[in-house]
Design a protein around this ligand. Structure first.
Ligand code: MN
Length: 131
């Protein structure tokens, strides 16, 4: 089942459009923004099923944004998947250690990206149903 809301936080227009198009084609609803600050506001208000988070952003970065999301009851349960072009092992380790629910390298591999999204949406739904 899709039609769930996915929030995309990504400052690169091309990457943002690709994520949006791929998700829309799968039947997800999407909302997107270029900054984490705005993304956090949207997350509080719209409570998306999951958040796709770029790490390098113009204001606060993806790590700080994740910390803020986790610190608030309205957003703490929303699965957050990091998407970044930093593919060094230590970057990936930092991402997992920070508590992101998933990680996909950029440029995205559509098949792997969608599989990860489906999985996180399902996991989030399960978590909420047990809350
Ligand atoms: Mn970026």
């Amino acid at each position: 089942m899709s039609n769930e809301l996915v929030l995309i936080i990504e400052d690169n227009e091309k990457s943002r459009r690709l994520a949006r198009d791929v998700l829309a084609f799968e039947g997800y609803r999407t909302v997107d923004t270029e900054t984490a600050e705005e993304g956090i506001r949207i997350a509080r208000k719209m409570r998306p099923a999951i958040i796709i988070m770029d790490i390098h952003l113009p204001g606060i970065d993806g790590f700080d944004a994740l910390r803020q999301l986790r610190a608030e009851p309205e957003t703490e349960d929303i699965p957050v998947m990091a998407v970044t072009a930093s593919t060094m092992n230590r970057d990936r380790e930092a991402i997992i250690k920070a508590g992101f629910d998933g990680y996909e390298p950029k440029p995205i591999n559509v098949k792997s990206f969608l599989a990860a999204v489906h999985q996180l949406v399902a996991a989030g739904r399960l978590k909420r149903s047990h809350a």
